[in-house]
Design a protein around this ligand. Sequence first.
Ligand code: ADP
Length: 450
Amino acid sequence: LKESYDVIIIGSGGSGMSAAISAKDAGLNPVIFEKMPVHGGNTIKSSAGMNASATKFQAEQGIADSNELFYNETLAGGKNTNDPELLHYLVDNSGPAIDWLDTMGITLDNITVTGGMSENRTHRPSDGSAVGQYLVEGLYANIMEREIPVFVNSEVTEIVMTDDKASGVKVDFNNEGEITVSSDAVIIATGGFGADFDMVTELAPQLEGYVTTNQPGSTGDGIKMAEAIGAAVVDMDQIQIHPTVHQESSYLITEAIRGEGAILVNQQGERFVNEMETRDTVSAAINALEEGYAYLIFDAGVKDRVKAVNTYIEKGFVQSDETIEALAGQLEMDSATLAQTLTSWNETVASQVDGAFNRTTGMVNPLAAAPYYAIQIAPGIHHTMGGLKINSNAQVISTEGTVIEGLYAAGEVTGGVHGSNRIGGNAVADIIVFGRQAGVQSASYVQSME
Ligand code: ADP
């Protein structure tokens, strides 16, 4: 550990690691402080993929997407409450971010669809596996290659200001007491507050009693520390619940499973919603069921296309049987009803017209290959859309509306880009695009001081 660095990055999730790599490549000496014993944050748990438009992989696969469509669909998903400047920056830089990752050996060329989008836009690892683990491993390998120091068990407790400029942090290494480490710039990449139940229920009392998919380190530290030095926050009460969480384990079941063809049924064995609607709509439909839960139903084809299913099987989340009737028996569901639901669904896939719920995506393959599978799910706290107010240079904005010099933020700790409802796959886009930007902008700031 040195007494001073060019830039201190708080948090080792996707945004912190992207920021560190960009800062280093722009000529700075960065350091990462991570409070948990391991790097990776919530990013390591992310499953669906990274949304990006007009990418080279989409072009190669003949997918007719555009930045304009990505922008408009994200804005519609966020109910027109997204910050337009941030959203434009996200969308316009999503394709270049896919290329940037690719140059670092992180290739996201398997493209699927998730709720709230009309074109295949969710970029995954080539084998269709969950994005988080792959991304964190790839970014960390690049961190190591560049010899960027990462200190774990290092909790930042305060951002130090000198002459109204961020000038370092107080950090507690291994619970041994705080010391001050100085720097010319600080990047806050501490993630959201979805694991801080007090903070969540104070802002959104209706979420009392919900499980959370978040890692224990997601406690809003960056928001609290920046507010203490005058930072503004936005959309703090906008907390996303994810519709498909395995309740006993709080484990999120990836949206890619629906994107690749799964349906949702209630305890009667009937569909009840357009499964590809946005997360808020699908969650509300599940909560409106008398039983308060639902089943994802899929076949061997979906299992083959979504590698995460193997993990769910290993963890014991999945029930399966050779026929749909036998599966219904296991679920204590009327077998004729579930069989009829599947028959009508397969007719819908064939005709491409969902008269019942108007689903239009994730209906390429019928559910017709044995064995059949079911996972019982219900909503859980997933993502905190609100957070620190930033501009498109990733600079933190004060409650007075001015830039706080030397202070940058990226990723889930920030608010505005997703508005009141985040589209699945946009968080990974957010952390890579704004993590890079925070690294690049902090570098030009630090270099302008010299
Ligand atoms: P993002 O997706 O925005 O990158 P993540 O949740 O993946 O966010 O990563 C944020 C990381 O920041 C987590 O690993 C978390 O443990 C870490 N973190 C949170 N608060 C602090 C803190 N006070 N000091 C150091 N690290 C922190």
